[in-house]
Write a protein that binds this ligand. Sequence first.
Ligand code: TXA
Ligand code: MG
Length: 337
Amino acid sequence: MTKKLTGKDIEEAVNFLKNGELVAFPTETVYGLGADAENDEAVKKVFTAKGRPMDNPLIVHVSDFEMMEGYVEDLPQSARILAEKFWPGPLTMVLKVKPERLPKSVTAGLPTAAFRMPNTELSLELIQKFGHGVVAPSANTSGFPSPTKSEHVLHDLNGVIAAVLDGGESEIGIESTVVDLTVHGVATILRPGAITSDMLKGLVGHVGVDAHLTDEKETPKAPGMKYTHYSPNARVIIVQPSIDAFRQAVVSEKGNRIGLLADADILDALKGEVEASYCLSEFHNVKYASKRFYDGLRNLDEAKVEVIFVEEYQEIGLGVGLMNRMKKSSGNHFFKA
Ligand code: TXA
Ligand code: MG
């Protein structure tokens, strides 16, 4: 059995980490699966628990900038500027690490590592009391939608990890922006998130993006990007945000158990014709939709639907991150009206 803990049990959570056990904890993006970043055995447990490929490196979570400095070599000025502006928050920075400071299991043998200071009281208190870096991938079974509630964590990992710290629902709902700062004067976004390229522009030299959907033959920069991700059991198909397009989509899958993940007006029009529905957002609000996306996928999976039609968002601002997750969860499958 996995222990369900709350803020008052933080010492117990810290002790689990010290003993090399796994503790899931709430962050503002998604729940993380925490382990002692300096303990190779503990880190390896993370890969086993998630069923995660060993060549996909982890993010080291810190409770302040100085904690990160202890691991990093040739710290660029850009890291300082971005941390000043966005930490604690949904920005992960890839930097060159000092040799031997972190086990190879953390970095997948790369000369770099990813760092983030999360923005919930519980996560910061946990890391601070623990005293050094905590690795934390999303606390889900590898390949499935990331967890935004402690219930999601237990659904995937109950009995497999020591404890989960409950902190309610994650505010942002999609994972942090990952930015590579290892090339001087350049910030390359490897995974889009709530910190958008527009927010980075003007702060650090050139801002580039290298977060396309890679296929298996390429060696992607963020190794995690090459795997099927965020996928429920049902097939996911992206549909244009209109009642008409959704109606055609529903007709095209007649005979199958259909789930809808869309705006209230679309659900109102078509609810009666499908098996299950989940309101992504009331008024096509991208913030709301991002927060609810993974919960919606998991919810519709529980309803045992075979296909999920999800509403498309515009690829601007936070919509870039949301659409990145949507494309991955669907295998880039769009409904052609
Ligand atoms: O919001 C988040 O970032 C969440 C919460 C828990 O903090 N964590 C998370 O971790 O999403 P994970 O392991 O699911 O994703 C880490 C991503 C992967 O795409 C991985 O390949 C990339 O960061 N990454 C890690 N280390 C890297 C490195 N040295 N170079 C390039 N990419 C790296
Ligand atoms: Mg993940």
